[in-house]
Ligand binder design. Sequence first.
Ligand code: MG
Length: 256
Amino acid sequence: MNVKKISLIVVIGIIATTTFAQQGDPKLTEVYTPVPKVVTPGKVNSDAPSDAIILFGGKNLDEWVTTSDTLKPATWKVEKDEITVNKAVGNIQTKKSFTDYQLHIEWRIPFNITGEGQARGNSGVFLASTGPGDSGYELQVLDNYNNSTYVNGQAGSIYKQSIPLANACKKPGEWQAYDIVWTAPRFNEDGTLKTPARVTTFQNGVLVQNNYELKGQTAYIGAPVYKKHGAAPIKLQAHGDKSEPISYRNIWIREL
Ligand code: MG
């Protein structure tokens, strides 16, 4: 075989691989090692400081709307100071938009959770929900207490971008906390990226993301990309898996 033929085969191979990626094999972006070490967390202080905006204090979803129609109020179930995901209703997001902030949010996987891999208590905190058709930037919520999946998609990951530094998951049925510092990306007038987004996250007091610089919006399929946006709401995911819906409580934010 001559050099031209070999080159042609290589080019066809590259095109085929790229096309396959774009058309959508989600497995191409799944990573399985290194597996984050398991760390048993301690107790977490969750009281809102004096200058925090309370996004959910236990009584109502007045600060939230339905993502698919932001004129509609959020209608996830509110009971006993907690919100439970309503998968039929879909995602909800804050009325207000934010740029840089510190966010505290607590979540609980039901004690009787079923399913495995990504289909076990999947939800997510989208740190900026930039609009219809965009994926936004997802901090994964999932039960990874004795449940393995691709490590760049487990709890504490920036979905398919950054493996958590530890697995600090508590048992199903126990409340867990994320404390997040989010620095929004900045864009030039022409839409190009000026500075990337950065995120630091503690899960139950354990550092799982250390000033991680995002490569773009988190994508289920293919590579992350940036798309210009400004201040944006925070979104909670109603994931389509069949497992029992998870709950959230005590959500507050400090704008920076
Ligand atoms: Mg998710």
